[in-house]
Write a protein that binds this ligand. Sequence first.
Ligand SMILES: CCCCCCCCCC/C=C\C/C=C/C(=O)SCCNC(=O)CCNC(=O)[C@H](O)C(C)(C)COP(=O)(O)OP(=O)(O)OC[C@H]1O[C@@H](n2cnc3c(N)ncnc32)[C@H](O)[C@@H]1OP(=O)(O)O
Ligand code: FAD
Length: 664
Amino acid sequence: MDGIDHLADERNKAQFDVDAMKIVWAGSRHAFEVSDRISKLVAADPGFRKDNRPMLGRNELFKNTLRKAAYAWKRIIELHLSEEEAAKLRFYVDEPAYTDLHWGMFVPAIKGQGTEEQQQKWLPLAYKMQIIGCYGQTELGHGSNVQGLETTATFDPQTDEFVIHSPTLTSSKWWPGGLGKVSTHGVIYARLITDGRDHGVHGFIVQLRSLEDHSPLPGITVGDIGMKFGNGAYNTMDNGVLRFDHVRIPRDQMLMRVSQVTREGKYMQSDVPRQLVYGTMVYVRQTIVADASCALSRAVCIATRYSAVRRQFGSQDGGPESQVIDYKTQQNRLFPLLASAYAFRFVGEWLKWLYTDVTQRLQTNDFSTLPEAHACTAGLKSVTTTATADGIEECRKLCGGHGYLCTSGLPELFAVYVPACTYEGDNIVLLLQVARFLMKTVSQLGSGKKPVGTTSYMGQIEHLMQCRSNVQRAEDWLKPSAILEAFESRAARMSVACAQNLTKFTNPEEGFAELSADLVEAAVAHCQLIIVSKFIEKLLQDIPGKGVREQLEALCNIYALFLLHKHQGDFLSTGCITAKQASLANDQLRSLYSQVRPNAIALVDAFNYTDHFLGSILGCYDGNVYPKLYEAAWKDPLNDSVVPEGYHEYIRPLLKQNLRTARL
Ligand SMILES: CCCCCCCCCC/C=C\C/C=C/C(=O)SCCNC(=O)CCNC(=O)[C@H](O)C(C)(C)COP(=O)(O)OP(=O)(O)OC[C@H]1O[C@@H](n2cnc3c(N)ncnc32)[C@H](O)[C@@H]1OP(=O)(O)O
Ligand SMILES: Cc1cc2nc3c(=O)[nH]c(=O)nc-3n(C[C@H](O)[C@H](O)[C@H](O)COP(=O)(O)OP(=O)(O)OC[C@H]3O[C@@H](n4cnc5c(N)ncnc54)[C@H](O)[C@@H]3O)c2cc1C
């Protein structure tokens, strides 16, 4: 606007090499270069404009999303983008669409659960988008309880087909994204029935709409489930409802990697665990952790830049007022979120490695790490999405009144993000899965079976049950060993306490239900330990760039000590630390905030977000917030006329009546 960088002074304060940090954030120089190039390409293309989204009605909004998705695909083809570049392009277009489910769940479900033959048949069609798919699992009556699904797939040996049927209203598929108006096909989860026997839930590829005129195929009733939370936001997605009335599909459309039905109707199970039917969820939960760092960093970037621009109180001798970022309360709310964004980034990187490792093992029939992969993806998905959703809302409040404007970008970001706490597994339900895994680990401690991976700390259970932190000065909390010991002993003691309490119940399932709130807390403690320890491990790697390591160390310590402060009840009640040590942690936290303060703007610049992607006047790179807010207000459709529509109908008669009353 005025061409001036209003945050230049802030940028000059940075004590580290921002370009080097950009590469650490991206994961590698290659990842940075792809991300940088594609984000600028999207930002420069008027076809990907998004600032009008909150003003559009549902039909207009949805049609606009269809246009953008088609245009994105056209650009992907024209520019010969690789799979990695295409995924980045969809990410920076930043609009939930049926393509998320097509690429994010339909394709992975076929890859993970289809046989070689099935993959060869279906994947080329999906890759070219000659078919568009969704992931049809959840029903009106059941989501969390997958084993409770009611849709049936009954084998008919006469015709070598499955008959897909929705026997009840509650068996209607409900929620699948892309189903409502777009998908031609779906991976549909249904109870497999052969010869009158129910073999539980399996996946089937079912064609839903004609490839000629898009009308639903015979026996299929399909539509959108209606408006969701927030303006714009997730309403660009056609979450759908679907009913089957005895729809027939060929036998080879059952995804048969895990189990098969023969021509004679015999049910056969491979020697792979049946849980592989849930494999797509494990894959997506892992991507959701990486995505949490993106969403949180975006909100934090907006709130940090605006906190440096915004001044309130504190003027001395007619000088400028204080920047709100200098208030310790603002720092205490903002900097732990900044640190969390980095922490989630690194744990997301690690989780991707874990997922790749388990996938490679599965290919050689090594299933030993599957339970851990399930527990880690479930737990980290839960903890990072909860913190991110809460964090985005906190960032909105950190921006004061202006944060409530749609032009701040924060209301829409929150509305789009918050269902992540529910989809791909309700966060509490997933933590209970982690708790089951922890209870199993604790119960095996005496058996000589050594805990491995993320539970290996339990191998030193005797030490962890009785150790006392030896922190004596605030600076002692900067030692990774002091932090790790406190987090490990807290997690171990909470798990062991639950396990001991469970032994008081004669029926273990009853005990588990009764103690579920405590079990969830133990699971959170375990997951927070994983995040802290993966951040510490990241710091053991070679980190090039002036001052980069120092900044990351400060952020790692902020993340850990903030959690320690927030959950000090856990640390104190389990006797891992004393009240004095908790207070020293808080002293150290304050001094870490002072260390980060001059670097705060550079630390959010390292995310390398374009103004287009941020979609926020408050977070714009140049910090020229006020003229932009002022100008944007006049562009609101309500300001198209000075006197509003409806004046003659509703305002004028009222004013006249008031005049008459006043004369009386
Ligand atoms: C950077 C860009 C990234 C972009 C990211 C964008 C992502 C795109 C997102 C798009 C947006 C929305 C899409 C949303 C899609 C959906 O929501 S799909 C539907 C998801 N539904 C769920 O998640 C349902 C949750 N419920 C469950 O998973 C199961 O029902 C539950 C695990 C809760 C229980 O299952 P049961 O079969 O009843 O199991 P249980 O008896 O408890 O356990 C038996 C046994 O199995 C083990 N287990 C369970 N699940 C798994 C698994 N997934 N993998 C491996 N093992 C599993 C469990 O631990 C038990 O083991 P044990 O040894 O016998 O104890
Ligand atoms: C935006 C969005 C997109 C979605 N996209 C898809 C999709 O593409 N495909 C698809 O198949 N599904 C999709 N879903 C559905 C989603 O996966 C489910 O909503 C989710 O798994 C939660 O299940 P539920 O709705 O049955 O919740 P419920 O299980 O009914 O949860 C309700 C409450 O009960 C609690 N609860 C449930 N069980 C327990 C328990 N055992 N112990 C303690 N508390 C419990 C929960 O914590 C929660 O508080 C989507 C959902 C949303 C919101």
